[in-house]
Design a protein around this ligand. Structure first.
Ligand SMILES: [Fe+2]
Length: 188
């Protein structure tokens, strides 16, 4: 018996994943036009602008009971009008499943919403740890000048329900007002 090297690595300082089983995805402005409130501002921006990207290590097939997924999300700095760049946000398809997030670098907000639409927000910074309980939707918002890089670990059978967010949305949005992030209740 010998000590084996793993086939995957995570760069501690950047969260970057490399090796076997790593899948990546990214979202550009043109793919998520309904996410932001200011359509006029959006129309003058390059639809190829990347808003966020995700690297994920999937050691098991999606939907596997008892497994875990591990990932790193990077939300780019930027705004559409006064609204900061953010992720789509999601509930888990299996509503009872929870997730850990932790801040690697940058600064931002973790916006959380329960099934009745009640929101709360946690400040994200390097080293902050966030437990997201089941039945709580979650969205990342970059309120800083640099990339917001966030690590995550979640059950492999959690799944992503983006549809509920697309139809109902988060009732709270984060805008830059006088150079500072401010939470405002705004429907689409
Ligand atoms: Fe999640």
């Amino acid at each position: 018996m010998k000590i084996e090297k793993t086939k995957t690595a995570v760069a501690i300082s950047t969260g970057a994943l490399s090796g076997d089983g790593v899948v990546t995805s990214k979202k550009a402005l043109g793919e998520i036009p309904h996410l932001f409130l200011d359509r006029d501002a959006l129309s003058s921006m390059d639809p190829e602008t990347v808003v966020y990207s995700v690297e994920c290590h999937e050691a098991v097939a999606a939907g596997t009971r008892g497994g875990l997924f591990f990932g790193t999300s990077t939300v780019r700095p930027g705004r559409v009008g006064d609204e900061y760049f953010m992720t789509k946000g999601h509930f888990h398809s299996r509503r009872e499943t929870a997730e850990y997030y932790w801040g690697i670098s940058g600064s931002g907000v973790l916006l959380l919403m329960d099934e009745s639409g009640v929101c709360r927000a946690e400040e994200m910074t390097s080293g902050s740890l966030h437990y997201i309980p089941g039945r709580v939707a979650h969205r990342l918002i970059n309120t800083g000048e640099d990339d917001l890089i966030v690590g995550a670990c979640w059950p492999s059978d959690a799944g992503h329900d983006y549809g509920s967010i697309e139809t109902k949305g988060f009732p709270v949005r984060v805008f830059c007002r006088d150079g500072r992030p401010v939470l405002e209740e705004k429907k689409r």
